[in-house]
Design a binder for this molecule. Structure first.
Ligand SMILES: [Zn+2]
Length: 359
């Protein structure tokens, strides 16, 4: 190939390249978009901006202002926020509005009530600026709950009988009344007993009392008088958490979404009660899953608690102090459960690198 030929070929390639370039309309430098989202929890509202690391890192949260109670100011310009406005109206945050005018480049957060506190932080992978605004009434609403205590057996249904004559129906009512007395000290907790005297109540009716009162917790008290050791265990029963075909058949129609969501909380309730019994020095506490008829149809988080009533336990159960201790330990487990309820109101667990799971 001669020099001239090479020159012509190069010229053609160059001209074509110029032509191709000319066909593409002039593109502005790529503008970043930040994604705005929120989540309302009973105790706080979380606002998240996700996107360009530099823009988010150099942003800062300001408290106060004429137009809004909170604002996020950005150093950088030339980006979008999607959506630019957000109507929340969850009783705490009214709306969020992005202002992009001249020198002003802020995200205004307009509140519906004076907040208790707030917290802002930056998270990586993906980059996020998080603002948590806490409600002013966190403490007073935290313990609100309806607790139904169900003393097992009653009337002609004695339940188990201890070696020295202790009847299960007497023990269950005794402990239930003590639990009620202690729990009632919290003005926001409503306590209902399914029976407050020695009478027989069908299981269905007990569940109905719970559902009708919109119970958050349903705790059925029983006695453990199984064969074997003279000193029995505390046993906490809950409905099966597994979804095996076998269990499904046993529980039949009750296996609906409502049931599945309450079972998740039931196992948390069982663990909470186990923890408080353990802390109080109880050695043998067992959690078991069983398709108990007494818990079926109960919409609340529910467990059966069996109090040890072996021969040795019967002796100690004659002491008021022991019975009070059992009742107050069970109350601790109930209170701890309520404090952490509902699960969705708690911030996501932090992973070891400090990032939030899922948000
Ligand atoms: Zn029983």
């Amino acid at each position: 190939m001669g020099r001239k030929k090479i020159f012509i070929v190069l010229l053609v390639i160059l001209l074509e390249a110029v032509q191709v370039k000319a066909q593409i309309p002039a593109v502005k430098p790529k503008e970043a978009t930040l994604i705005l989202r929120h989540q309302s929890y009973p105790t706080y509202t979380r606002i998240v901006l996700e996107g360009d690391e530099e823009i988010l890192r150099e942003s800062k949260v300001l408290r106060g202002g004429i137009e809004s109670q909170f604002s996020i100011e950005f150093k950088k310009k030339g980006f979008f926020i999607k959506p630019p406005t957000l109507s929340i109206k969850d009783g705490l945050v009214k709306s969020i509005e992005f202002i992009d005018k001249g020198e002003k480049n802020v995200l205004n957060i307009i509140l519906e009530m004076e907040p208790h506190n707030y917290k802002s932080f930056f998270l990586k992978d993906p980059s996020r600026r998080v603002l948590d605004i806490f409600r002013g009434t966190v403490i007073s609403t935290a313990l609100k709950a309806v607790v139904v205590i169900d003393p097992g057996h009653g009337g002609s249904d004695i339940g188990a009988r201890g070696l020295s004559g202790l009847q299960e129906k007497v023990l269950t009512l005794d402990i239930a009344v003590r639990i009620k007395k202690i729990l009632q000290k919290n003005p926001d907790i409503k306590v209902i007993l399914t029976r407050s005297s020695d009478m027989a109540i069908p299981l269905r009716e007990r569940a109905f009392i719970g559902n009708n009162n919109k119970a958050d917790l349903f705790i059925s008290i029983h006695g453990n008088n199984s064969f074997g050791k003279s000193k029995k265990d505390f046993v906490i029963y809950l409905l099966p958490t597994t979804e095996s075909k076998e269990e499904k058949d046993k529980i039949s129609y009750l296996w609906d979404i409502q049931y599945k969501s309450s079972i998740k909380e039931s196992s948390r309730l069982a663990e909470s009660i186990m923890e408080s019994l353990k802390k109080a020095g109880g050695e043998d506490i067992i959690i078991k899953e069983a398709p108990l008829i007494g818990l079926m149809g109960v919409e609340a988080s529910s467990v059966f608690v069996e109090i040890p009533m072996g021969p040795e336990d019967e002796k100690s159960l004659q002491k008021e102090s022991i019975k009070n201790k059992i009742a107050s330990n069970l109350v601790d487990g109930i209170i701890n459960f309520i404090k952490k309820k509902p699960e969705t109101s708690r911030p996501e667990e932090r992973t070891h690198d400090g990032a939030y799971k899922g948000f």
